[in-house]
Design a protein. Structure first.
Length: 299
């Protein structure tokens, strides 16, 4: 009887031990609901190497922490610094520089793509290959080429910023050339300066095939019967005294304050129309003199 009990006890231990074992060389005939790697109580699953915790699956939420014992997201990666090799104690050494968080490589890329930060908490996404870095959305994306050009809506940007579409900005400062098929600015634009209280401020030259200046009013009133035209004697006196035409600002004022192109064009047109009236007056006087001379000759 004692022998039978001993055999039964050994058998229970044997089969129980084999039922609970998990082979390190692979397992077959597993049942996922009952065979798994993990904990059955409210404790985290911890992975260690060299006796040091490297990774942890949270005890009460689906959060995996790498380099941290308190993961705050489904994947929380924390770089504690550079580790010494095992033969030197495998402790973390905090030194300045770049700290990689994640590295992505494929069979086609041995260097791949890196997410990292530095000792000033600056975050970097780095394309380590001589290839484009692209962020793609449903309606388009952003591409950074190896030479640093950025394309929005185009994968082959031809400038540091190449936008295939519209561009909206509250304010912008451009140092260098701006090439655009069309541009719409809602606000002030300064070229050659960095601030302006007017809509368009240009320090330098402007080249255009056509410029349209809108006038508030024309100058046809000069030809009205009641228009008061300064006589030539008074005009002569004014010019000798002031050295400029009436209603025209002196040269010193123009040089200091510039001119209003719309107002100046209207003023110049008025002066041309007044000049036309002077010519007509002179022509009428000459005609009257000629008529009197002819009458005297006939008499």
């Amino acid at each position: 009887m004692k022998k039978l009990l001993f055999i039964f006890f050994i058998s229970v231990l044997y089969f129980g031990a084999n039922a609970q074992s998990w082979s390190l060389t692979g397992n077959a005939g597993t049942n996922p609901p009952t065979n798994y790697i993990g904990t059955s109580d409210c404790e985290p699953l911890i992975f260690k190497t060299y006796g040091i915790e490297r990774m942890r699956l949270s005890k009460d939420m689906p959060a995996l922490g790498i380099g941290t014992s308190d993961p705050l997201a489904p994947l929380h990666v924390h770089n504690r610094g550079r580790y010494l090799p095992c033969n030197l104690g495998n402790t973390a050494v905090i030194v300045g520089g770049i700290f990689p968080l994640m590295q992505f490589t494929t069979v086609f890329s041995t260097s791949g793509f890196t997410a990292s930060y530095d000792d000033s908490n600056n975050f970097f996404l780095t394309q380590n290959e001589s290839a484009n870095f692209t962020i793609e959305g449903v309606g388009g994306g952003l591409t950074i080429t190896p030479n640093g050009n950025i394309g929005i809506g185009t994968s082959i940007p031809q400038a540091k910023l190449d936008v295939a579409g519209s561009l909206k900005a509250t304010s912008a400062t451009i140092s260098g050339a701006l090439n655009a098929q069309s541009a719409c600015f809602n606000g002030s634009v300064s070229i050659g300066s960095y601030s302006s209280a007017i809509n368009l401020d240009v320090i330098g030259k402007i080249r255009a095939e056509e410029i349209k200046v809108c006038l508030n009013h024309g100058c046809d009133y000069v030809f009205e019967e009641d228009y008061s035209l300064m006589n030539l004697n008074d005009l002569n006196t004014f010019i000798k005294t002031h050295r400029h035409l009436p209603d025209v600002a002196p040269a010193a004022v123009m040089e200091a304050e510039g001119i209003n192109l719309s107002e100046m064009n209207a003023l110049l047109l008025r002066k041309v129309e007044e000049l036309t009236l002077y010519i007509i007056q002179i022509e009428n006087r000459l005609a009257e003199i000629e008529r009197k001379d002819m009458d005297n000759e006939e008499n």
